[in-house]
Design a protein around this ligand. Structure first.
Ligand code: SF4
Length: 352
């Protein structure tokens, strides 16, 4: 008999992407319905493991007890036998309970654990993708696979939007690309030397023939502009500014064609893991041991390994508590460029 699952994941985009191995696992048992925020719902489009996405606008149209009741009614209608609380706040856990889902599985550290029928140990020693995957284990079973990678499925529309973006910049669809993602909502996670990295990359024999493309949200446009100015002054081919131009899956489509992505500890890192794009990940106030490191087969982590104040925050404070910001300032563009050279796909990589 198929088992119908509901996965509640209303955290950040990276968390949603890292939930996809769990979704694939559950899909082997039956239909999988996912509760997601409006911002993240689109990233699951075309995903073969997902039966439906229920958008829960917990801070907007669905806020308050009335919104929770309406959402519970919609969730009840999918007839799930089990709820997997990938995000375990009180509100999310209460939603699964109000929807009458008989089995509700969540982490033992979650705020909403009182609403669960079974608690899974939150293992800090695991990558977050593996932690989430464990929610589908039987009681007492702590096995995890040795390798997990998230998955996303950009469609024809997303690849067409990438082609259109490149065409606007007079770049061929099969041009070699180096992707940079300089943004993060947390200020101290932003490495301040992306512009110099772009210039140093343009000087390197193995990267000079690649065009630099900057990924990010519309709010990252000023970071892209700084990179574009530096590249222009260095006389290198102009930057392709993709900030605010592509959907989440459009960004994934673009990354699938990139030779390498250099990124802060932020959502593009996980998009690249899903597309298996070689990744250089820069960690400052956070550390990979939190469970959010890159999962692309080819990756490199650049961090200040000996700085005693690291890590200083679960996400990254808005200002350096020490005032010196050495964790990021002391990661040199040459070190990062050399890491990119090592992991980048060859120029002959089939981009299409
Ligand atoms: S306290 Fe240390 S780890 Fe935190 S932001 Fe400052 S330099 Fe980075």
């Amino acid at each position: 008999m198929p088992v119908v699952s509901a996965v509640l994941q209303t955290s950040f985009l990276g968390d949603m992407i890292l939930t996809t191995p769990l979704l694939e696992r559950l899909a082997a048992d039956g239909p999988v319905h996912v509760v997601a925020t409006p911002a993240n719902a689109g990233v699951l489009a075309n995903h073969p493991a997902v039966t439906s996405v229920l958008v829960f606008d917990k801070r907007g149209a669905d806020r308050g007890i009335g919104g929770l009741r309406r959402m519970a009614k919609r969730l009840r209608a999918v007839g799930a036998q089990r709820a997997l609380l990938a995000q375990g706040s009180n509100r999310t856990a209460a939603l699964a309970w109000m929807a009458g889902i008989p089995e509700r599985i969540g982490f033992d550290t979650s705020g909403g654990r009182l609403f669960t029928t079974r608690r899974v140990r939150y293992r800090r020693d695991l990558h977050h993708a593996a932690r989430l995957w464990q929610l589908a284990n039987d009681a007492g079973d702590e096995r995890v696979p040795t390798a997990l990678r998230p998955s996303l499925f950009p469609g024809e529309g997303e690849f067409a939007s990438v082609n259109a973006l490149l065409a606007r910049h007079e770049v061929a669809p099969d041009a070699p690309l180096i992707a940079l993602a300089p943004g993060s909502v947390w200020a101290t996670k932003r490495w301040p030397s992306f512009a110099e990295l772009a210039v140093r990359s343009a000087e390197h024999a193995s990267l000079e023939q690649s065009r630099v493309v900057v990924l990010g949200a519309a709010g990252d446009a000023s970071l892209a502009h700084a990179i574009a100015v530096a590249i222009h002054e260095a006389g290198a081919p102009p930057v392709i500014d993709a900030t605010g131009q592509l959907s989440l899956l459009g960004s994934a489509a673009l990354l699938s064609r990139a030779r390498v992505l250099v990124t802060n500890d932020s959502a593009p890192l996980h998009l690249a893991s899903a597309m298996n794009t070689p990744t250089v990940a820069l960690f400052g106030p956070t550390v990979p041991a939190f469970g959010f490191g890159p999962l692309a087969e080819q990756h490199s982590i650049v961090e200040h390994a000996t700085l005693s104040c690291r890590p200083c925050h679960a996400h990254g404070p808005m200002q350096c508590p020490q005032g010196h910001f050495r964790c990021m300032r002391e990661l040199t563009p040459l070190t990062v460029r050399d890491a990119a050279v090592k992991v980048a796909r060859p120029l002959s990589f089939p981009h299409l």
